[in-house]
Design a protein around this ligand. Structure first.
Ligand code: GUN
Ligand code: FE
Length: 452
């Protein structure tokens, strides 16, 4: 290799790597070498037996190679495509109501507290730490209406080294909790201020995302303005769609000129290849075609869908329509902030659909593993940067130790790597996640950031 083009290698790892590709849900690479350059990118991968050649080509010493232990493997970091950072304050509670009542009774009153920056700091630090520790290397966050608190979430994610999309929530319609809404002008101006100030920080891994809460809480005027803001600044967009039957009925009444829920967003230029919409439990095949054509994606949030008795997404049908799909925790509609829980609930939901209809082709754990990693990165249009161990992508990875002392998994019969992954997905927790890397930087275990 031409020395002038050669990346400087920061770290080389050797051991088992498990990831997904476009072609295969599960690729297991045993005794593999992976080199990370000083920019945190994957510089090379190769077989262990190629060590001498690779060390000469890339200019590293074989002595510096970090060898994984038996029962350890690397997998790509988990991608949470939908999580409400402010709702983490009541995660694990308030699971006894359907969506619209739940929003009025629990959510809006709690979110209105995030004008208090001290409270916001406390909750946002905890949610970033909790998700990172559980292997979420990329999170797509809803914050609250408050611009300064939303900027603080961006700062905290940056300080802890998490890759994040952060959205200041927009809503200029809310009849239930009077003080928790904005005027149309405020929503527009504060969104522009949020975007400008967050971009000005030049955080390498944190980006703003335009965030109309959902059609019900926005006027047509605001939806149109937010579509334009996203387009003019080439930004990501996130919202909710077709989560619960009562909500869908309300959207029909509120937007009588639109053919469908999807049409409401389409009309206002909110469906693009950088859009992620949560839920979509009740989307028709025609609506899924619109998703495919626009490149918009879905965040499947099975814990939330079950906890709030919202519905069950037919993931197989979404995949058959070639719509991009990732998994989300949807804290606090979903009670767990861990993407491992999202994996399990996605499998459970798929099995319930098979119980109801034996013709339904249940998702395999390999497929759900892909959704939680590569699928999520595609859903967020970040798959040029993360999602698997392709050379040129950032090294976002979990070092998993399935046999962690005191951990939840017992290995008893010389399990192979595929079985070890399956055990981790079904039985593992943060005790098994020995280290977390984002863009090559070790972010777990934490080294307390100097400033926040
Ligand atoms: N739809 C509008 N807002 C919300 C929210 O905060 N959580 C969920 N699950 N759905 C929503
Ligand atoms: Fe949500």
């Amino acid at each position: 290799m031409d020395n002038s083009k050669r990346p400087t290698i920061a770290n080389v790892y050797r051991g088992t790597f498990i990831h997904s590709t476009q072609q295969t849900a599960l690729q297991i690479l045993e005794d593999e070498l992976l080199g990370v350059d000083t920019d945190g990118k994957i510089a090379f991968t190769g077989r262990g037996v190629e060590l001498d050649r690779l060390s000469q080509t890339f200019g590293f010493s074989p002595n510096e190679v970090i060898q994984l232990a038996q029962h350890e493997f690397f997998m790509p970091g988990l991608v949470d495509t939908h999580i409400h950072a402010c709702q983490y304050s009541y995660a694990g509670t308030a699971l006894d109501m359907p969506l619209l009542q739940w929003l009025e009774t629990y959510t809006f009153p709690v979110e209105s507290h995030f004008k208090d920056l001290q409270f916001a700091h406390k909750v946002y630090s905890q949610v970033v730490k909790r998700t990172l520790r559980n292997g979420t290397t990329t999170a797509c966050y809803f914050a609250s209406l408050h611009t300064d608190a939303s900027l603080l979430l961006g700062q905290i994610a940056n300080n802890f080294g998490q890759r994040a999309l952060v959205g200041k929530v927009c809503m200029d319609r809310n009849d239930s909790v009077k003080h928790y809404k904005e005027t149309n002008q405020e929503s527009q101006e504060e969104t522009c201020r949020f975007i400008a100030e967050l971009l000005k920080k030049k955080y390498p891994l944190v980006r703003p995302v335009v965030t109309p809460r959902f059609a019900v809480s926005c006027t047509e005027a605001l939806l149109g303005q937010l579509g334009a803001i996203a387009k003019n600044n080439n930004l990501h967009i996130q919202s909710h769609i077709s989560e619960n039957l009562e909500e869908i009925k309300l959207v029909k009444e509120m937007f009588p000129d639109s053919e469908s829920y999807t049409d409401v967003y389409l009309k206002h230029n909110l469906l693009t290849d950088k859009t992620v919409m949560a839920h979509g439990c009740y989307l028709s095949d025609e609506e899924l075609v619109v998703f495919r054509e626009t490149g918009a994606s879905l965040a499947h949030c099975p814990n939330s869908n079950i906890s709030m008795c919202s519905g069950m997404l037919n993931v197989r049908n979404v995949l058959n329509h070639n719509v991009k799909l990732g998994l989300g925790t949807d804290v606090a509609g979903g009670y767990s902030a861990s993407m491992l829980d999202a994996v399990r609930r996605a499998l459970d939901t798929s099995k319930v659909l098979t119980i109801q209809n034996p013709e339904y082709e249940t998702l395999s754990f390999q497929e759900v593993f892909r959704l939680a990693t590569l699928g999520g990165s595609q859903a967020l249009s970040l798959d040029d940067q993360t999602g698997n161990f392709e050379v040129g992508k950032d090294f976002d990875a979990l070092r998993v130790n399935v046999a962690a002392p005191g951990g939840p998994i017992d290995l008893l019969q010389g399990e192979d790597p595929k079985t070890i992954l399956e055990k981790f997905l079904n039985l593992g927790d943060d005790r098994n996640i020995a280290e977390v890397f984002v863009a090559g930087r070790k972010v777990v275990p934490f080294t307390e950031p100097a400033t926040e």
